[in-house]
Write a protein that binds this ligand. Structure first.
Ligand code: SF4
Length: 248
């Protein structure tokens, strides 16, 4: 069997074995509740669940206070962001079970992430700010290839790219147009920014934020008047405001 398939099946098997062991443990516990080993096991399980619930409660409290105060609570910011990134995929699945739209949950996650990043009041030099743009912002009929070099844009005014290149020229921050996660990761690896300002749809932004952790990513949702991935737009004023707030 191919090693990539083996890894997935191996992890799946490990998970199944762990569930079976937990099940066997519970069955034996119900049959022999007074055996000392089962009593210790139950205490360990209670301790684990209590730690999990305690961390969730602490993170929720810190999160709400930080959002209300618009500043991070010293010492907790890393824990909050780590927990959010860890729980996000689980909450997506949980939301699906409750029939809440995935896009709504992603959008809410992006909003919370942005508020936490803004609360940190990050300031970076222009050369260390990367503006990541999706390829679908480019006018569908434009013949110029801007994914490798965005400065191939002729700034004709048919789409927002020209104005954003002007902005990058004026403020001297880095700009990259990407077709997906691979190019985005390459750009981040090459430029090594301290902060990313990313424009994309809910799905790409939320997965980008999770992938890039602990790099601070401020997400801006694109507008899709003609449907997804086609001649999309972005609010240039709010984008410029965000650039100003991040630059030193
Ligand atoms: S502004 Fe640039 S990317 Fe947009 S259509 Fe004109 S040349 Fe193409």
């Amino acid at each position: 069997m191919h090693s990539r398939k083996r890894l997935f099946i191996g992890l799946f098997l490990l998970f199944t074995i762990m569930v079976l062991m937990a099940l066997a443990y519970l069955i034996f516990y119900l049959r022999e509740p007074d055996t000392i080993i089962f009593q210790y096991g139950i205490y360990i399980l209670i301790g684990f669940l209590a730690a999990l619930a305690g961390t969730s409660l602490l993170v929720l409290t810190v999160l709400v206070i930080s959002l209300l105060k618009k500043r991070p609570l010293t010492g907790f910011n890393r824990l909050v962001q780590k927990t959010l990134v860890f729980f996000f995929p689980l909450l997506l699945q949980f939301g699906k079970l409750l029939r809440i739209s995935t896009e709504q949950i992603q959008s809410s996650f992006i909003e919370i992430n942005n508020r936490l990043v803004e609360a940190k009041k990050i300031k970076v030099p222009a050369q260390k700010l990367l503006l990541l743009l999706p390829h679908c912002l480019q006018d569908e009929g434009c013949p110029h290839k801007i994914t490798r070099n965005p400065f191939n844009c002729r700034r004709c005014g048919n789409c927002s790219i020209g104005t954003l290149i002007d902005m990058a020229d004026r403020w001297q921050f880095k700009i990259q147009v990407v077709t997906g996660g691979t190019l985005a990761r390459q750009a981040v690896g090459k430029i090594k920014p301290y902060c990313i300002l990313a424009v994309a749809c809910e799905r790409d932004l939320s997965s980008g934020i999770v992938d890039s952790y602990p790099m601070p990513v401020c997400g801006v949702l694109n507008e899709r008047p003609q449907g997804p991935c086609f001649n999309t737009m972005v609010c240039l004023d709010s984008l410029e405001q965000k650039v100003r707030s991040i630059l030193e």
